[in-house]
Ligand binder design. Structure first.
Ligand code: ADP
Ligand code: MG
Length: 518
């Protein structure tokens, strides 16, 4: 490997002017090398260790990249691409990185060995990526929620994850439990209907309804409410500041203030209860003790919730957040829950509306904090993969779809020397299968050649090494993961290839830049 330290950046004087393409591409390669061996189901894990000797084992491209220290600024672009891929589609980060590295390697060869001008290479990349995406779209098949293909996409996406097989069953059951309730504005949006809860003390499970990692406001409140009217309170229920009380010296005044506080609290609680609410979900960081006591006395089930939880709870129960006292006059503020109860042993609260509420909670377990975190990430990846597959279709996995569009991309006719830029894209398209197979212990190049001469949906069985129809094997990837990864890789390759010099600059903060321009 050319650079053992992920391309550590040392801002020395010699760096002011040097052959940027060579060093930038080395830095990118070094970073890509740290994650490429994780690609595919036989990919290996990385042990991450920080300065305080904390450790974490991961197989997840983006997690690994984000935890690397002291990265060369250009290589950092790779990390950003992986991060963006993760945000946009939630999977395919290693794929994007491997393709970007391949494009940069091939692009550099064209520039340095064949003397092609970088702008020509860049134009070739642009056209090639566009064409490849179009061809992949053409290959893609639409699938629906109840098809086995959906299960296969989820299994494929989780095949390299810790405990992937078991996790995929969990994910699939969560997907099916919310079903078409997850459709929003015509597309599947599972974020709105599947909540994911990480609990080391619980088993993997999908629960119809909402599970909150919380306790009742007061242990003397009832443990359970059935068929309850639910209110979500966003009012400020904080206690009157103590300092405020201390400042006033006269006993009478303090007494008045205390009475005032009690009267006010009573007024608030009476107004809340007058609506008929039996379960009150409170989004206020603190609750006045008097208010709490009054709620206990009135046998109300109250629990504190976070601002983020409001949206789900509001949609699930139909309750609209109460922001002002005046809101309480509005009669359609209340929602409903068939059952709301606390499991004291497990430390969670269940809110259940049967299966008609359209929200499920996927509880992801794990023996240690570390494994539960990795499994939790995996579960979210699986949901994202399914969402992408349902919305945009699926293609043959294992790098097969990419491999079989290569010949067609080559058919594209560009103006002149730009034509060679296409080779950058075709190399990247080939690199995915090669890497997956190399990671599985085969001669990647040789196996890719075998797959190339097989029919269009064929790849290589990573166990036997024989050509196999990926659709029959059930190894399927969401189209969107593939096209996004390809576009992301193209973007970064273009940026890196265009740079001919790295220069040491004074101050590149946004503010400094805008002042220079003025
Ligand atoms: P990424 O971070 O890019 O998602 P992964 O490590 O999850 O990387 O690997 C994804 C790749 O592994 C996809 O191209 C997928 O098709 C491939 N893959 C998954 N299971 C298999 C399998 N059984 N055989 C061959 N390829 C597989
Ligand atoms: Mg993946």
């Amino acid at each position: 490997m050319s650079n053992p330290n992920y391309g550590v950046w040392r801002p020395m004087a010699e760096n002011v002017e040097f052959n940027a393409l060579e060093s930038n591409s080395n830095a990118v390669m070094a970073v890509a090398d740290t994650v490429r061996t994780t690609l595919g189901p036989k990919g290996l894990d990385k042990l991450l260790i920080d300065q305080a000797m904390n450790r974490h084992i991961s197989n997840d491209g983006v997690t690994i990249l984000l935890s690397l220290r002291a990265i060369h600024p250009v290589a950092r672009m790779i990390v950003e691409i992986a991060e963006r891929q993760e945000q946009l589609v939630g999977d395919g980060t290693t794929t994007a990185v491997v393709m970007a590295a391949e494009m940069i390697k091939e692009g550099k060869r064209l520039v340095k060995e064949l003397g092609v001008h970088p702008t020509k290479v860049v134009e070739g990349i642009e056209s090639g990526v566009k064409e490849a995406c179009k061809l992949l779209e053409h290959e893609a098949k639409r699938i629906s929620l109840n098809e086995v293909a959906l299960e296969q996409v989820v299994k494929t996406s989780l095949s390299s994850k810790l405990d992937g097989q078991k996790l995929s069953l969990l994910v699939i059951s969560a997907l099916r439990s919310v079903g078409n309730n997850a459709i929003h504005n015509g597309t599947y949006d599972f974020d709105r209907s599947i909540m994911v809860l990480r609990r080391t003390t619980m088993e993997d499970r999908v629960v119809n309804g909402i599970v909150l990692e919380r306790k009742r406001l007061d242990p003397e409140m009832p443990l359970e409410m059935k068929d309850a009217k639910v209110m979500i309170v966003k009012l400020d229920l904080k206690p009157v500041k103590e300092s405020w009380v201390k400042e006033s010296s006269r006993y009478e005044e303090i007494l008045n203030m205390e009475n005032d506080r009690i009267a006010k609290s009573k007024e608030i609680v009476n107004s809340l209860l007058a609506t008929g609410a039996k379960a009150i979900l409170i989004a206020s960081s603190e609750v006045d003790q008097v208010i709490e006591d009054l709620l206990v006395a009135n046998k109300v089930f109250a629990v504190r919730i976070s601002i983020e939880e409001i949206e789900y709870l509001s949609r699930y129960t139909g309750a609209k957040p109460v922001r002002m006292m005046e809101d309480l006059k509005n009669s359609d503020l209340l929602g409903r829950a068939n059952r709301i109860y606390e499991d004291e042993d497990k430390g969670v609260i269940y809110i259940d509306n049967g299966s008609n509420g359209g929200i499920s909670t996927m509880i992801v377990s794990g023996t240690t904090k570390e494994t539960s975190l990795e499994r939790w990430r995996g579960a979210i990846d699986g949901v994202n993969a399914a969402e992408a597959a349902l919305n945009k279709g699926v293609v043959a996995g294992g790098g097969a779809a990419e491999l079989h569009v290569i010949e067609k991309v080559k058919n594209l006719r560009l103006r002149g020397i730009e034509q060679v830029g296409l080779e950058v894209v075709t190399s990247a398209l080939e690199s995915i299968m090669r890497q997956i197979l190399t990671n599985a212990g085969f001669n990647g190049l040789e196996k890719v050649m075998e797959a190339k001469t097989s029919p269009d949906t064929f790849g290589i069985n990573i166990n036997s090494g024989d050509p196999v129809d990926m659709w029959k094997l059930g190894v399927l990837d969401p189209l969107l993961v593939k096209t996004m990864a390809l576009e992301a890789a193209g973007e970064i390759a273009k940026s890196v290839l265009r740079i001919d010099r790295n220069l040491a600059a004074e101050d590149l903060s946004q503010q400094a830049l805008s002042e220079t321009r003025r």
